[in-house]
Design a binder for this molecule. Structure first.
Ligand SMILES: Nc1nc2c(c(=O)[nH]1)N=C([C@H](O)[C@H](O)COP(=O)(O)OP(=O)(O)OP(=O)(O)O)CN2
Ligand SMILES: [Zn+2]
Length: 125
Protein backbone atom coordinates (compact mmCIF):
# COMPACT_ATOMS: atom_id res chain seq x y z
CA UNK A 1 0.00 0.00 0.00
CA UNK A 2 1.26 3.47 -0.88
CA UNK A 3 0.34 6.91 0.38
CA UNK A 4 1.15 9.94 -1.71
CA UNK A 5 0.73 13.45 -0.35
CA UNK A 6 0.81 16.97 -1.68
CA UNK A 7 0.24 20.16 0.23
CA UNK A 8 -0.37 23.85 -0.23
CA UNK A 9 -0.20 26.89 2.01
CA UNK A 10 -2.78 29.60 2.33
CA UNK A 11 -3.33 32.69 4.42
CA UNK A 12 -6.90 33.49 5.30
CA UNK A 13 -9.09 35.50 7.64
CA UNK A 14 -12.02 34.31 9.68
CA UNK A 15 -14.19 34.98 12.68
CA UNK A 16 -15.46 32.24 14.95
CA UNK A 17 -18.17 32.76 17.54
CA UNK A 18 -19.14 30.42 20.35
CA UNK A 19 -15.65 29.32 21.40
CA UNK A 20 -14.18 29.62 24.89
CA UNK A 21 -11.58 32.01 23.41
CA UNK A 22 -14.24 34.74 23.37
CA UNK A 23 -13.67 38.15 21.75
CA UNK A 24 -10.18 37.31 20.39
CA UNK A 25 -11.73 34.63 18.22
CA UNK A 26 -14.78 36.72 17.31
CA UNK A 27 -12.79 39.64 15.88
CA UNK A 28 -11.88 39.16 12.22
CA UNK A 29 -8.27 37.96 12.20
CA UNK A 30 -5.93 35.89 10.04
CA UNK A 31 -4.02 32.62 10.17
CA UNK A 32 -1.46 30.76 8.06
CA UNK A 33 -2.64 27.28 7.14
CA UNK A 34 -1.12 24.29 5.37
CA UNK A 35 -3.48 21.79 3.78
CA UNK A 36 -2.21 18.30 2.97
CA UNK A 37 -4.10 15.88 0.75
CA UNK A 38 -3.19 12.17 0.89
CA UNK A 39 -4.02 9.59 -1.77
CA UNK A 40 -3.76 5.91 -0.77
CA UNK A 41 -3.72 2.75 -2.87
CA UNK A 42 -1.69 0.75 -5.36
CA UNK A 43 0.20 2.28 -8.28
CA UNK A 44 -0.98 1.47 -11.81
CA UNK A 45 1.52 -1.17 -13.05
CA UNK A 46 1.76 0.58 -16.45
CA UNK A 47 2.48 4.09 -15.19
CA UNK A 48 3.99 3.30 -11.79
CA UNK A 49 1.78 6.06 -10.41
CA UNK A 50 -0.96 5.99 -7.83
CA UNK A 51 -2.20 9.32 -9.17
CA UNK A 52 -0.30 11.69 -11.43
CA UNK A 53 1.01 14.39 -9.07
CA UNK A 54 0.40 16.88 -11.87
CA UNK A 55 -3.35 16.26 -11.49
CA UNK A 56 -3.07 16.92 -7.77
CA UNK A 57 -1.03 20.03 -8.42
CA UNK A 58 -3.71 21.50 -10.68
CA UNK A 59 -6.51 20.74 -8.24
CA UNK A 60 -4.62 22.08 -5.24
CA UNK A 61 -3.75 25.27 -7.14
CA UNK A 62 -7.51 25.68 -7.68
CA UNK A 63 -8.17 25.16 -3.96
CA UNK A 64 -5.45 27.65 -3.07
CA UNK A 65 -7.04 30.17 -5.38
CA UNK A 66 -10.37 29.61 -3.60
CA UNK A 67 -8.96 30.00 -0.07
CA UNK A 68 -5.82 32.16 -0.15
CA UNK A 69 -6.24 35.76 1.07
CA UNK A 70 -9.97 35.23 1.50
CA UNK A 71 -12.41 35.88 4.35
CA UNK A 72 -13.40 32.26 4.87
CA UNK A 73 -16.81 32.99 6.44
CA UNK A 74 -17.91 34.52 3.10
CA UNK A 75 -17.17 31.40 1.04
CA UNK A 76 -20.31 29.39 0.28
CA UNK A 77 -20.07 26.17 2.28
CA UNK A 78 -17.54 27.59 4.75
CA UNK A 79 -19.71 30.00 6.68
CA UNK A 80 -18.47 28.44 9.92
CA UNK A 81 -14.74 27.98 9.20
CA UNK A 82 -13.59 25.57 11.89
CA UNK A 83 -10.68 23.28 11.05
CA UNK A 84 -13.18 20.43 10.81
CA UNK A 85 -15.26 22.27 8.21
CA UNK A 86 -12.20 23.42 6.21
CA UNK A 87 -10.86 19.85 5.89
CA UNK A 88 -14.25 18.59 4.76
CA UNK A 89 -14.66 21.51 2.34
CA UNK A 90 -11.35 20.60 0.65
CA UNK A 91 -12.08 16.84 0.66
CA UNK A 92 -15.42 17.37 -1.08
CA UNK A 93 -13.74 19.34 -3.87
CA UNK A 94 -10.72 17.08 -4.52
CA UNK A 95 -12.20 13.62 -3.94
CA UNK A 96 -12.96 12.94 -7.61
CA UNK A 97 -9.33 13.00 -8.72
CA UNK A 98 -8.36 9.73 -7.04
CA UNK A 99 -8.63 7.54 -3.94
CA UNK A 100 -8.24 10.38 -1.42
CA UNK A 101 -7.64 8.91 2.04
CA UNK A 102 -7.51 12.07 4.13
CA UNK A 103 -7.18 15.84 4.20
CA UNK A 104 -5.17 17.43 7.03
CA UNK A 105 -4.97 21.09 7.98
CA UNK A 106 -2.02 22.38 10.00
CA UNK A 107 -2.37 25.69 11.86
CA UNK A 108 1.12 25.75 13.32
CA UNK A 109 0.88 29.13 15.08
CA UNK A 110 -1.73 27.59 17.37
CA UNK A 111 -0.18 24.09 17.50
CA UNK A 112 -3.36 22.72 15.90
CA UNK A 113 -3.95 19.96 13.35
CA UNK A 114 -7.19 18.48 12.07
CA UNK A 115 -7.67 15.49 9.74
CA UNK A 116 -10.76 14.39 7.83
CA UNK A 117 -10.53 10.68 6.94
CA UNK A 118 -12.51 9.35 4.00
CA UNK A 119 -15.00 6.71 5.14
CA UNK A 120 -13.63 3.15 4.89
CA UNK A 121 -14.11 1.62 1.45
CA UNK A 122 -14.92 5.00 -0.02
CA UNK A 123 -13.59 5.68 -3.52
CA UNK A 124 -15.32 8.59 -5.21
CA UNK A 125 -13.83 8.19 -8.68
N1 LIG B 1 -13.17 22.00 17.38
C1 LIG B 1 -12.66 23.22 17.14
N2 LIG B 1 -12.53 24.07 18.14
C2 LIG B 1 -12.00 25.28 17.91
C3 LIG B 1 -11.56 25.65 16.63
C4 LIG B 1 -11.73 24.73 15.57
O1 LIG B 1 -11.39 24.98 14.40
N3 LIG B 1 -12.28 23.53 15.87
N4 LIG B 1 -10.97 26.85 16.43
C5 LIG B 1 -10.73 27.66 17.40
C6 LIG B 1 -9.94 28.87 17.17
O2 LIG B 1 -10.27 29.49 15.95
C7 LIG B 1 -8.45 28.48 17.14
O3 LIG B 1 -8.08 27.81 18.34
C8 LIG B 1 -7.56 29.66 16.93
O4 LIG B 1 -7.83 30.61 17.89
P1 LIG B 1 -7.43 32.10 17.59
O5 LIG B 1 -7.89 32.94 18.73
O6 LIG B 1 -7.90 32.46 16.26
O7 LIG B 1 -5.87 31.91 17.57
P2 LIG B 1 -4.62 32.60 18.21
O8 LIG B 1 -4.85 34.05 18.39
O9 LIG B 1 -4.17 31.79 19.36
O10 LIG B 1 -3.63 32.35 16.99
P3 LIG B 1 -2.44 33.11 16.36
O11 LIG B 1 -2.24 32.47 15.03
O12 LIG B 1 -1.30 32.87 17.29
O13 LIG B 1 -2.84 34.56 16.26
C9 LIG B 1 -11.19 27.40 18.77
N5 LIG B 1 -11.85 26.14 18.93
ZN1 LIG C 1 -8.72 32.15 14.36
Amino acid sequence: MWELTKSFNFEAAHTLTGTTLGPASEEIHGHSFRAEVAVRGLPDPQTGMLVDLGLLEDKLAEMRHTLDHKFLNRIAGLERPTLENITRFIFDRVQHIGPIARVTIYRDSCGETCTYHAPVGHDHR
